[in-house]
Design a protein around this ligand. Sequence first.
Ligand code: PGA
Length: 251
Amino acid sequence: MKKLMAANWKMYKTWGEAEATARDLVDLAASKLPEDREVLVFPPFTALKAVSDILNPVDGFSTGGQDYYYEDEGAFTGEISPVMLADVGAAYGLTGHSERRHVLGEDDECVGRKTAYGLSRGLKVILCIGELIEERRAGRVHEVLERQLRIGLGGVPGDLDPEQLSVAYEPVWAIGTGEVAGPTEIVEAHAFIRKNLISLFGKKANEIRILYGGSVKPDNCGDIIALDNVDGVLVGGASLHGESFSRIVLA
Ligand code: PGA
């Protein structure tokens, strides 16, 4: 199983800035990329085609859409479909990111519909889950993760190809705060997620990648990626520059 090193550029970068960062990343990381690593970039929609044109021809590199709607087309102003993402070169889609849940108001049911729909349309999907700080303080981490997995994956068929799905554990209190979860917290949460995935999909769930996200940086990535059940990282702030993201990719 290759480690998936994913960059979430969120609502940053014009077309030209995105192209320049994608080129930097290829220059700095492509020739040194280990066999067991895969690099994925989620640019803003407006730069997806430009970044796909740069990354897709490079071995081990691909792109994805930060969000999508659960229809192919229709009167859904402002939305983008999985078919449209694939049309501009995206192989992946992201669902359930904490900013979609907590800033844009998506609930578990909406996240679940998107996850199942994207998979049914051939996208590889990364479902993000994670608890708020109040939920952690109240001892509710397992309850929250179990619910987000059960509903978020509720519509996914049992005959799922495990390579199509990843889960990103992103404790909300660690996103963009500089406060990374400790190794014990990460190992414990990832083991719990693995156990839940096995109860949903059987032993093939050992092949579903579980990523960690939340203040991953070049100087902590090596330690994080070596932990049990950590099959990759999802990086926001430190992925915005080719120099720092290439150090993460190669960590
Ligand atoms: P961060 O963001 O790396 O800036 O904490 C992670 C994410 O939002 O996926």
